[in-house]
Write a protein that binds this ligand. Structure first.
Ligand code: PRP
Ligand code: HPA
Length: 168
């Protein structure tokens, strides 16, 4: 669906946009990756950004009842560092319903960062249940189940260098 070359070009483009966006900020920049899906994207994206920054990671798990509104996000691994007063860029592999990121934003906002922006490699707009302002977006895709470049099916296929649809 998306070749390794297309992903590489997009990551370079996003890196330039991120550099331009934060060029005039004198605050520390921290990229926060949500484990595990963001790892491959994060590794490439951080090397496409020239501005000095830190990396931190968080693991969250969606769980809950039958309706979206009852879903919640549990922190399984919290950030290692403080984010107060810093520019925060949350890095995701994919936004689907938006539930995960919206809850993560809620949690991070209470820690008084200077700013929070979102960067996702892939978005499935037709699946969105919660509106999110995504400043840095790679690709919009249809509602197909995709794997590769960090995206998994049952924890597998994250290592594939391109993104492909998997027939379920
Ligand atoms: O927008 P949403 O509907 O909340 O879905 C998107 C989330 O789902 C995936 O994570 P998953 O829980 O599969 O964990 P992973 O990062 O380890 O793959 C993905 O990495 C996002 O975090
Ligand atoms: O299409 C997908 N692939 C892998 N993980 C996902 N999480 C939400 N959508 C997807």
């Amino acid at each position: 669906m998306i070749s390794a070359e297309e992903i590489h070009a997009k990551v370079q483009e996003l890196g330039k946009k991120i550099d331009a966006h934060y060029a005039n900020s004198d605050k520390e920049l921290v990229l926060i990756g949500l484990l595990r899906g963001s790892v491959i994207f994060m590794a490439d994206l951080c090397r496409a950004i020239n501005k000095t920054h830190e990396l931190d990671f968080m693991t969250v798990s969606s769980y809950g009842g039958n309706t979206t509104s009852s879903r919640d996000v549990r922190i399984l691994k919290d950030l290692d560092g403080e984010i107060r007063g810093k520019d925060i860029l949350v890095v995701e592999d994919i936004i689907d319903s938006g539930n995960t990121l919206s809850k993560v934003l809620e949690i991070l906002s209470t820690r008084h960062p200077n700013s929070i922006e979102l960067c996702t490699l892939v978005s499935k707009p037709s699946r969105r249940e919660i509106d999110l302002d995504v400043k840095f977006l790679g690709f919009e895709v249809e509602d197909k189940f995709i794997v590769g470049y960090g995206l998994d099916y049952d924890q597998k296929y994250r290592h594939i260098p391109f993104i492909g649809e998997i027939g379920l």
